[in-house]
Design a protein around this ligand. Structure first.
Ligand SMILES: [Zn+2]
Length: 314
């Protein structure tokens, strides 16, 4: 049989694929960050993003209907602003993971100390509001910095969910230790499929729920065929809208009916990887971080390759 993943993971109970439907509950944090002086005037954008107040509850209710527990990545500022959503998620038995304080971008912080400050501040809020330190982190807008792996290890995080470097979990090794990377890809993010947000210069034709699902399901079928991993990066303001959520319910039904899908929280996936690694049944790839500690030397770019020119026909 064709083998397209070199080191597939032995998922629990012979499952062919691990599935984690993760939602990032950014609510209006991104509006205040992008429009610091005028966000209070952008009422329509506020309403679009604060739709999360409706859709997070809808998603939790849907999971309850199917008997699933999943992972929500939650900026700590949003947790403070909308504590009732935190309670609703916790009542459903779900995992809450770290997604920045107010969706600040780690690789745009002025120093490693600044990044550490916001990481610790977010952790403190999560611990206070959930009674548990977060096991995992996803960098806001995937903006992982050259210090992030080291800070996550230093702060005792079990896993990261920001990167796209493999089809199965791998290890980020830095000076302070190791963190399990549970990767995904833009093809499982819902913004490219369905978002239309002029305030963020994000304007693309909105696809139907089925068209978006075609992209997600191509990823699922391949992951299932080759014992991979399927982690969505969805947003309640996008995929929690009524028609898309209805389509997701059909997807969950189909996955449950297949009988060989392991639905898990991200923490459960990371713990499984840790266990397999200890038993020697899975040897994850180890990636040393950061890849580059500083920009390449200027001399690297003094190449004398002939410049290609392209001419249009006619
Ligand atoms: Zn986000």
């Amino acid at each position: 049989m064709l083998k397209l993943i070199e080191n597939p993971v032995p998922w629990p109970n012979g499952a062919k694929v691990a599935v984690a439907i993760t939602f990032d509950i950014d609510i209006d944090s991104i509006l205040h960050l992008a429009h610091r002086d005028t966000s209070h005037k952008l009422i329509n954008a506020q309403s679009l993003l604060r739709y999360d107040r409706i859709s997070v509850r809808r998603i939790v209710d849907m999971y309850r209907h199917f008997g699933l527990r999943q992972t929500f990545f939650f900026p700590a500022w949003c947790m403070e602003q909308y504590p009732d959503l935190v309670d609703y998620i916790l009542e459903g038995g779900h995992e809450i993971a770290h997604h920045g304080y107010i969706h600040e971008h780690p690789n745009e912080q002025v120093s490693k100390e600044d990044e550490l400050y916001w990481l610790q501040h977010g952790t403190d809020v999560i611990q206070r509001m959930t009674g548990k330190r977060p096991a995992g982190w996803r960098a806001p807008l995937y903006n992982f910095s050259e210090h992030s792996a080291d800070l996550l290890a230093q702060e005792g995080f079990l896993y990261d969910a920001s990167l796209m470097g493999d089809d199965v979990p791998y290890i980020l090794k830095s000076q302070s230790g190791e963190v399990i990377e549970i990767p995904s890809h833009w093809s499982l993010d819902d913004w490219p499929q369905h978002s239309y947000a002029p305030e963020f210069d994000f304007i693309s034709p909105i696809k139907s729920p089925d068209q978006g699902m075609d992209v997600y399901m191509a990823e699922f079928e391949a992951a299932r065929k080759y014992n991979g991993l399927w982690v969505s990066i969805w947003h309640p303001t996008v995929t929690g809208r009524l028609s898309r959520c209805d389509r997701v319910a059909k997807m969950i039904e189909m996955m449950l009916d297949s009988g060989d899908v392991w639905f898990a929280t991200m923490e459960e996936i990371a713990l499984h990887i840790q266990k397999c690694r200890a038993e020697g049944t899975f040897v994850p790839r180890i990636e040393n971080m950061p890849t580059y500690a500083k920009p390449l030397e200027a001399s690297t770019f003094k190449v004398s390759a002939p410049r290609r020119t392209f001419q249009a026909n006619g």
